[in-house]
Design a protein around this ligand. Structure first.
Ligand code: TH1
Length: 838
């Protein structure tokens, strides 16, 4: 008797075009994709077509891992981290995937054999800039580390059609251009329309009795928006685990279109569609500031509701009851941007799934963990109750109900303390009423963490003091980290080769193994190679600067760099005060023997932040004067690199000698650029702020240029009515700097241009630039001296890299997993396709 033929798929025997890794197979797959996906033959293809063909070739090689990972998690019902973030600043994907797949060199050879250049192709990628700065980039580093540590995880966010704006410069001022990153297609994402969900907005609620006679609430929305998930694979480093970043795109639901269409209101239907799609249209370009706009709240509920509904779908598909939500998922809230999730999960459980309030509250409280990223008062999210209720009428009721129970809890522990009740309430009632999102996050979470030791300490002492007193056991610190795959292996191949030659390559997964470098400090030939690598990286950056800014910089000069968002608290202008000080010294004493320096700046200003934009104009104006003064010659150069983003960052960190981390102490929660610089052998000049403190502890105070007031001293000085005028009057060099600015020496004689900045420094100086000026100048003199002793400098540089092990995001994620998430790692075997088809 004949049996039906069985489907035989043999993956192992022949190298097929979609998984094979030999150079011949890679070349064939590449040409195949060029033809069948891009629809081009080589003579017509652009470099971008070639990039796309290569990206698809690489994506094919991720898919088997991706699918095996999903299958394994489903079969094992693995406990999963849901990382909720309004921002994921992923940066270009191709190079990183080549590194993590372990095929970078092979692909490079294949591409060269085809007569193409890999760097040119990598450069074609439009980076997904779906974040503002450190917070969004941290989320991206954490996805890399969760995959590398084999932790089941899903990143959930928004698929903004336009990411962070592109920065241009016109006459030295920042101008903004729309970031049309999807214009030429995105080869890394796969849409999953079958998993689309609906999100309600506006309208009103009404009470009713259900079939069992229970009191229930139903929400009749004014608008329904559809969320369509787009998945991007997140491959771990040389491991099979391939997790998912799931970003939601907003669309109008078809049914709504039809209703309006049928009733003849065609334009109304189109209007509805437009207003729905607005939800995922654009990233709000503010870093460390909350603008309080209605559309922003709509974005938050949109991606949060989509994500929670998706988790519930996954749970139910695995035949788990809703009561096990918090066993299946731990939901990490990346700042308060997704904190509405606390109310939304309650709504889903109580209203949509009929779970009793108390049980729903237990589930909710055991599901969320909240990371706070800032102490800046202007970043604290609060929504006017009026606006909140208009958009989320049911959530407002739920917030009130949570608040009612919560304040009872506070009263029980702290009787007769009305002030405390007013401070801790989820509703700010001191004037116009607001919903306080940080309070909601604290109440609804089982863990609360800051992002560096000092930051967590200040949270406990200051901003979240009341919550710390009520729930001390919830608080913990998780110092930030960054991924060495992108920020060392990918971006600094020269250094990577030297490290691999010297200590092997285990440091890529165990960054603390860099310690093994310490013995090489005594090896003169190693030091020579170290120096040459830095010089080569500086040479590459000098070439970039020549091409983009038309400025010739000397790779032998000290590269002194500050790249980060432009913000007064970060004090880019303190670096400008130093530049002008040196300039004045040279003007007064043309033969002065100074250490030649190249000052580099990069960073975006929020489009509505006038002072930050003026700081950019200040930098470019000082650059124009200093760079073109024959009395200066080649001794000082000032460069503003436009459109600082992940791609550009990868060229900058490896070329830095000096990393500027000069925020006013107590203001920078952690910083992560500080880590990327130091890993690549830059020395830091910095204040005792954020993670600088821990970096200094690790690398040793003798290998770090410290200056400035401590957070405690800042607080004391501010309490004792600080007067910047006194510093101006009593410090002749500072006075000369300010006087020259006032006189218009850097603004073509126009004394008005920088007046807002100067006035603010002279009358308030909120961020204490004048108080820290002298200390900063003295530390910079030590830097200049140290750089003149090349041997000493190189030793310090090596020791910085060698001692940065702590700042791998792998360490951070391991701590999150052990202390907060309780997520065991799950090994992924490559499943053969036959098993998957069952
Ligand atoms: C940053 C912090 O400023 C920085 O110190 C920290 O290293 C980084 O987060 C990662 O933890 C923040 N970015 C934002 C962006 C918004 C709101 C608050 C913060 S805090 C929009």
């Amino acid at each position: 008797m004949q049996t039906a033929p069985k489907l035989q798929i043999e993956t192992a025997r022949v190298e097929d075009d979609r998984t094979g890794l030999s150079i011949e197979t890679l070349k064939r797959a590449f040409l195949d994709n060029l033809f069948y996906i891009q629809g081009k033959f080589p003579r017509l293809a652009t470099q971008h077509d070639y990039y796309m063909a290569l990206a698809y070739t690489v994506r094919d090689r991720l898919l088997q891992r991706w699918i095996s990972t999903a299958a394994t998690y489903t079969e094992q019902s693995s406990r999963t981290v849901a990382y909720l973030s309004a921002e994921f600043l992923m940066g270009p994907q191709l190079g990183n995937n080549l590194i993590n797949l372990g095929i970078y060199d092979r692909v490079q050879q294949a591409i060269e054999e085809l007569g193409l250049n890999l760097d040119t192709l990598l450069d074609q990628e439009e980076e997904p800039g779906l974040g503002n700065g450190g917070l969004g980039r941290l989320a991206a580093c954490y996805l890399d580390s969760m995959a590398t540590l084999e932790i089941p995880s899903l990143g959930y966010g928004i698929r903004y059609e336009f990411g962070i704006f592109k920065q241009g410069l016109q006459n030295g001022w920042q101008v903004e251009f729309t970031d049309k990153w999807l214009r030429l297609g995105n080869p890394w994402e796969i849409p999953r329309p079958d998993w689309a969900v609906q999100v309600k907005l506006g309208g009103y609620t009404e009470a009713y009795l259900d079939a069992n006679g229970h009191y229930r609430v139903r929400w009749i929305p004014r608008q329904v928006v559809k969320g369509v998930p787009y998945d991007t694979p997140i491959l771990g480093y040389q491991i099979n685990t391939c997790n998912t970043l799931r970003l939601w795109s907003a669309q109008a639901p078809e049914s709504f279109d039809f209703e309006a269409f049928n009733s003849g209101d065609y334009l109304g239907a189109v209007q509805e569609k437009i207003s729905s799609e607005n939800l995922s249209k654009v990233l709000y370009p503010n870093d460390n500031v909350s603008q309080g706009k209605q559309l922003r709240l709509a974005q938050q509920i949109f991606f949060v509701s989509c994500s929670l509904q998706d988790m519930i779908r996954i749970l139910l598909r695995q035949k788990l009851p809703l009561s096990e939500f918090s066993q299946k998922f731990t939901v990490q809230l990346n700042d308060t941007h997704p904190a509405i999730a606390v109310a939304e999960l309650m709504r889903l459980l109580v209203d949509e799934h009929g779970i009793a309030w108390d049980q729903a509250w237990d589930i909710t409280r055991n599901s969320f963990a909240y990371t706070n990223h800032t102490l800046m008062p202007e970043a604290l999210e609060r929504w006017p109750v009026e606006m909140f209720g208009q958009m989320l009428p049911r959530h407002l009721e739920i917030v009130y109900e949570i608040n009612h129970h919560f304040l009872d809890e506070v009263r029980a522990k702290f009787p007769d303390d009305g002030d405390r009740i007013r401070r801790m309430s989820l509703i700010d009632e001191s004037g116009e009423r607001f919903v306080r999102m940080a309070n909601l996050a604290c109440v609804g979470s089982y863990a609360i963490n800051g992002v560096a030791a000092l930051h967590t300490e200040l949270l406990q002492k200051d901003v979240l003091h009341d919550f710390y007193q009520l729930y001390p056991e919830k608080f913990n610190n998780k110092t930030n980290g960054v991924t060495p795959r992108r920020f060392m292996v990918l971006s600094n191949p020269r250094l990577t080769h030297l490290l691999n030659d010297t200590i092997g390559d285990s440091w890529v997964q165990h960054l603390d193994h860099l310690q093994k470098l310490e013995t090489s400090v005594e090896d003169a030939s190693f030091r020579q190679r170290w120096w040459e690598i830095k010089q080569a990286n500086k040479h590459d950056l000098a070439t970039y600067i020549q091409a983009h800014n038309g400025i010739t910089v000397d790779p032998e000069s000290l590269f002194d760099i500050q790249v980060k968002r432009i913000h007064e608290y970060k004090r880019q202008h303190l670096m400008v005060l130093h530049i002008i000080t040196l300039y004045n010294r040279l003007k007064a004493n043309p033969n002065l023997d100074i250490t030649p320096r190249t000052f580099l700046f990069g960073g975006k200003a929020a489009p509505g932040y006038m002072m930050a934009k003026l700081i950019i104009k200040l930098i470019t104006s000082v650059a124009d004067v200093v760079n073109n003064d024959p009395a200066v010659g080649d001794r000082l150069k000032v460069v503003f690199l436009k459109n600082f983003n992940v791609k550009l960052a990868q060229h900058i960190y490896p070329a830095a000698d000096l990393s500027e981390q000069v925020s006013m102490a107590g203001k920078e929660a952690s910083g992560t650029g500080n880590m990327k610089f130091a890993m690549n052998g830059a020395l830091t000049i910095g204040t005792l702020d954020g993670a600088n403190i821990e970096i200094r502890e690790e690398v040793g105070p003798e290998n770090f240029f410290l200056f400035g007031l401590t957070a405690a001293e800042v607080k004391a000085l501010k309490a004792s009515s600080y007067n910047p005028w006194n510093y101006y009057q009593s410090n002749p060099e500072l006075k000369e700097v300010i006087d020259r600015l006032k006189a218009g020496d850097f603004s073509g004689g126009n004394p008005d241009l920088f007046r807002p900045l100067i006035d603010s420094l002279l009358s308030w100086d909120n961020y204490l630039l004048f108080a820290d000026y002298q200390s900063y100048i003295e530390a910079q003199e030590k830097v200049s001296q140290a750089y003149r002793d090349r041997d000493r400098w190189v030793r310090m540089s090596i020791l910085n890299t060698a001692r940065m092990g702590k700042f791998s995001s792998d360490r951070s994620i391991a701590e999150y997993a052990a202390d907060i998430w309780q997520t065991p790692s799950v090994k992924i075997e490559l499943t053969d396709n036959a098993r998957l088809s069952r």
